[in-house]
Write a protein that binds this ligand. Sequence first.
Ligand code: CP
Ligand code: NVA
Length: 311
Amino acid sequence: MTLPRHYLQFKDFSAEEYAYLFRRARWIKNKYKRYEPYHPLFDRTLVMIFEKASTRTRLSFEAGMQQLGGSAIYLNTRDSQLGRGEPVEDSSEVISRMSDLVMIRTFEQSIVERFALHSRVPLINGLTDEFHPCQILADVFTFIEQRGPIEGKTVAWIGDANNMCNTWLQAAEVLNFTVHVSNPPGYEIEPDKAGVRGSAHFKVFADPIDACRGAHLVTTDVWTSMGFEAENEARMKAFADWCVDEDMMAVAAPDAVFMHCLPAHRGEEVTAAVIDGPQSVVWDEAENRLHAQKALMEFLVLGKVEEGDDN
Ligand code: CP
Ligand code: NVA
């Protein structure tokens, strides 16, 4: 059996593979917008396993798989054996014999790694405590659509050193751009955990406004990620100055865009004036989860396919 290709963290793919995926996502999106059916995954089955809540990830994978001609099955911990202690390895052996592709949203990254080791089919990380590669795939695709190549550009990350932050750090290394990071004291990035030790593609700033200076993209995320709810009260205090506001956007590049993976908390990590303002591209960003992940699923199941000439 040939070993399947997995997508567990951003650095699993090369810059050249991302360039292909972004071209492919654009082609698939254009076709979708023209209401032209495209069913390369006819008769294929995606299993989606959720151990945490989701709106966008579930919707984009389930709708995306249907639009590609296949079907998607939803499993959660509440009403499957996954929540009753069946080992991840055993679950992987069984689930991957009945499907063509698996997506998991869970807690520790080690869970997806263990699942991958026993999976006969490609596995996609739909968010772990450490990484959210599908979101950054869509975010970079969105930046390219809005502003052109991301290579050489600067992204300002304001807030928690969470799964999104770690994934941006990896993306900067793979795609050759820079991340300006500003986290509150006590919540700083851990380059080892993010898998970017020694990277020259990020700079740390104590003051969030300094991180935003000259940035082409300003982005943030919730102060308290799923699984960290017990820390909420302490985080509310620690993060109070890490709210992306109009002053921060004013020092960014004049044509800077604002992104947020959503769901957002207006008045916490971002003001309503910014997320609902003219520089925000959050709705296109959310929609692009669909198109980018359709390209990802096609690539993982079929490999590179002949590119259409109607881009
Ligand atoms: N951005 C994101 O992953 O959203 P969901 O939690 O709704 O899937
Ligand atoms: N960092 C957030 C992202 C949600 C899409 C979380 O993990 O809850």
